[in-house]
Design a protein around this ligand. Structure first.
Ligand code: KIV
Length: 277
């Protein structure tokens, strides 16, 4: 049984919540097997899976496609899917309709970026029965357009704004909030001021859980290497090595060997030879 909202809420103050992004069936299976609590079908998939410069071009169709694949691969993890840029900003009914599409594709909850400006949207989605994860601090869908990658909540005023945003999202019914690139002191204050769990990415150790992008954890994405993303493997180098060995084996005739080939029955082969001769 996948983890429920109630399961995730009950982890606050008792057990750290582990979250990883996933965009396909195989990855979802591996993360689930490792016991990850929440699989996030992030719109970061637009960058690491589709090669976009940022998350802005990602469409609802692409998010539903990723979500369906991840849903087929997970068993125990909760599945949260991102609402992509401009899929919820136009109106509450647009946000509800697109949240519904992600739920029908297999998500258990949706995530959207924004603070006070999206609180009514969050409330509207929650009111139709769809759980929502908020996302404040660095917001890739809009902050990249305005100021580029930047640590959030470095000043008192910025911190107060972020704390207010977290409280507003909780009040609107969000079941958790992702904090991206928020100073660790402010993440701690936010985590202690709300009852729902905070999930940090580049936001220090005092969040209730942590999220990272799958491709960063395994060292598969080379374009951007954020300081906060611990790389547990450097898999891209290993993959290139393996592919080069395959290429060399094919060129040299070493692959396929007899154990990779299928044989005909000897008698049948004799009969065939006679016929083709
Ligand atoms: O899209 C994503 O991967 C995210 C995480 C960075 C939180 O939103």
């Amino acid at each position: 049984m996948p983890k429920s909202v109630r399961d995730i809420l009950s982890m606050k103050n008792s057990k750290k919540i582990t979250v990883l992004t996933a965009y396909d069936y195989t990855t979802a299976q591996l993360c689930d097997k490792a016991g990850i609590d929440i699989l996030l079908v992030g719109d970061s998939g637009g960058m690491v899976m589709l090669g976009y410069e940022n998350t802005i071009p990602v469409t609802m169709e692409q998010m539903c496609f990723f979500t369906e694949a991840v849903a087929r691969g997970r068993q125990n993890a909760m599945l949260v899917a991102d609402l992509p840029f401009m899929s919820y900003q136009a109106s509450k009914s647009q946000a509800i309709e697109n949240s519904g599409k992600l739920i029908k594709a297999g998500a258990d909850a949706v995530k959207l970026e924004g603070g006070l400006e999206v609180k009514d949207t969050v409330r509207a989605i929650v009111e139709v029965g769809i759980p929502v994860m908020g996302h404040i601090g660095f917001q890739p869908q809009t902050t990249t357009l305005q100021e580029g990658y930047k640590i959030q909540a470095k000043t008192k005023d910025a911190a107060v704004k972020l704390i207010e945003a977290a409280k507003a999202l909780e009040e609107a019914g969000a079941f958790s909030i992702a904090l991206e690139m928020v100073t660790k002191e402010v993440s701690k204050i936010i985590s202690n001021s709300i009852k729902i769990p905070t999930i940090g990415i580049g936001s220090g150790p005092d969040c209730d859980g942590q999220v990272l992008v799958f491709h960063d954890v395994l060292g598969l994405y080379e374009k951007i290497k954020p300081k906060f993303a611990k790389r547990y493997l450097e898999l891209s180098g290993e993959i290139v090595k393996a592919i080069t060995s395959y290429k060399n084996d094919v060129v040299s005739g070493k692959f396929p060997a007899s154990e990779h080939s299928f044989s005909m029955d000897k008698l049948e082969l004799e009969r065939l030879k006679k016929e083709v001769e």
